[in-house]
Design a protein around this ligand. Sequence first.
Ligand SMILES: *Cc1c(COP(=O)(O)O)cnc(C)c1O
Length: 305
Amino acid sequence: MATRILSPLCSSIKKSLQSFGAQAYSTAPVSSFKASDVEITRTTNPAPKPEVSTLKFGHHFSDHMLEIDYTSTAGWGKPRICPVHNLSLHPAAKCLHYAVELFEGMKAFRGDDDRIRLFRPMENMQRMLRTSERSCLPLFDGRELVELIKKLISIDADWPQLGVSRSSSATLFVLIGPVGPYYPTGMAPVKLLADPKFVRAWPGGSGGFKMGSNYAPTMAVQNVAAEKGCQQVLWLFGDDHQLTEVGAMNLFTFWLLEMFGAGTACVVSPVEGVLYNGEMLKIPTMTNPYVTNRCMKELLDIQLK
Ligand SMILES: *Cc1c(COP(=O)(O)O)cnc(C)c1O
């Protein structure tokens, strides 16, 4: 292991990140809102439910949202579950200028037994708290937020299938809604653009956090990929062009036989080609997608059981 000299700022960030990992789920008191304080206002005007067969990804939202305000002087206010409404922001709001914001994406599934289960929500809470700390947004007790999300989902449970996502003074809000497939073409294999000229994340940067500032710079690269007939970007890093991730998914490779992206949103997305140095390298994933299908099956089995 290499020893390095870190600036005081870096070492204090590192220290607090390490300590935070432990703190998020310990019983140590974190200044937080409490799920038991929630105030609920139900809609008098429920929206019509979309047809399950026509669901698109990220297009539908249920009737209610969760909202919690924070100020550095008063701390967290009471959580409110209320009808979905637009936000009203001062034009100087920091999120508009400096991307001081964060988000999480989580899925909930209705099982054959009609019970609704969240997909490993604690992992999302840990990441959300890490990202809060990295963006200097206020911390909270992740267990309280999971309790509130459960409450919100139970209120909007008659929406067919639910996905969950949320984003000095701050507002924490949670929106839920049913989702269709991330890729409308289903398990169709994708081609990736791998161009070392574009770098998404680097050591010492903030690429490992779910902050808005990591996504805006990728939109134009996604367009370059589309112009070259690719559906996604394979992000490379370093002089030796290491594979890091694909689009906003984690990348999996099985020798030179199979390659696929996987994440909460897309589940599994097989790769059939990589455009690298102007040459389309063929990846034979679909010839015998053994590992790809096994991963898909494992994930679907957890969703629906
Ligand atoms: C959200 C995200 C992922 C996938 O993480 P999940 O835990 O599956 O949601 C991977 N890469 C990036 C850049 C992301 O934003």
